[in-house]
Design a binder for this molecule. Sequence first.
Ligand code: F6P
Length: 361
Amino acid sequence: MKRVGVLTGGGDAPGLNAVIRAVVKTALDVYGCEVIGYRNGYDGFLDPQGAMPLGYDSVRGILPRGGTILGTANRGNPFARKVMVDGQEKIVDASDDVVRAIEAQKLDALIVIGGDGTLRIALELFRKGVPVVGVPKTIDNDIGGTDVTFGFDTALGTATDAIDKLHTTAESHQRVMVLELMGRDAGFIALHSGVAGGADVILIPEIPFRYESVVKKILRRKERGRPFSIVAVSEGAKPVDGEQVFSRPGDAMYVPRLGGIAQKVGEHIERETGMETRVTVLGHLQRGGMPSPFDRWLATRYGSAAVRVAAQGWFGRMVGLDSARVKDVPLEEALAVPKRVNVHGDGVLTARSVGVSFGDE
Ligand code: F6P
């Protein structure tokens, strides 16, 4: 292995720079390879300025930094690329151009750091002959084939901190505080931070809720001398007889953007309980900032392992965590079924055991 490429795609997550650093150091120190970074995801292959040689100097000091020195793109899908044809916008399949551009780069391996969408593209490119190795990134923790994605732990810290802060002001003012958290169709951030922060109600996409049940829980607390409550709502949560709430529809380039369910839940609670209610949307704070020590440790292990997997020639695979061990699995297997909260697992059971309502009782 002489020349290794690396790119970051999709939404950013804390720990991307730690992976890039580990890839570069392992490739240089252990294998004596050249490393090339590609800017803004797969777009980097179609951009004449997209390739960026990475050496020790490029990665110095980036371990604790959020974001990605390579840039990333949510819309950089080579299979659905926006181009202008005769003054008109068109969506075209540019994957063959990308494959040719990758071949022209003479890469022995391409390490793709991304979430579900980016890794699916990696799998398609692998099927077209590109020697890819995947690294699972996302604050949502919704990728199969691994116990955890890097970025999740940091987002969890941010979400738990927000719940802690809402708790003190909720208690002072005797209010209900509703917090909307990210996660798309997976409720891991809301479930884990809700339990860690002592939320009273946790609403997740995997467990459709009833408004009456949420109201009942809050009123029961009030009757018992607890005239404030914390409600952690995953952006993908939905009522039993309703739909998810979107702030923007999807199109050929973008997936639909979830957002707005907490506002609905908050309005309902205020109307039905008569209690003052405030809504906070934590948003992209969950994606930013310094990675936690756990994420730096995991990201470094993933980056280094990805280079080892590439050096073995084991392409079309993704590194992941299995109990305490870093392993590699076929990308196809990892992406076959998206990971979701196990509604019968010990996490949900534990939350229920400590008095959390999921709004389904
Ligand atoms: O997948 C990560 C994530 O942060 C989701 O939790 C959220 O729904 C989405 O990305 C937001 O995407 P954007 O950055 O395009 O607003």
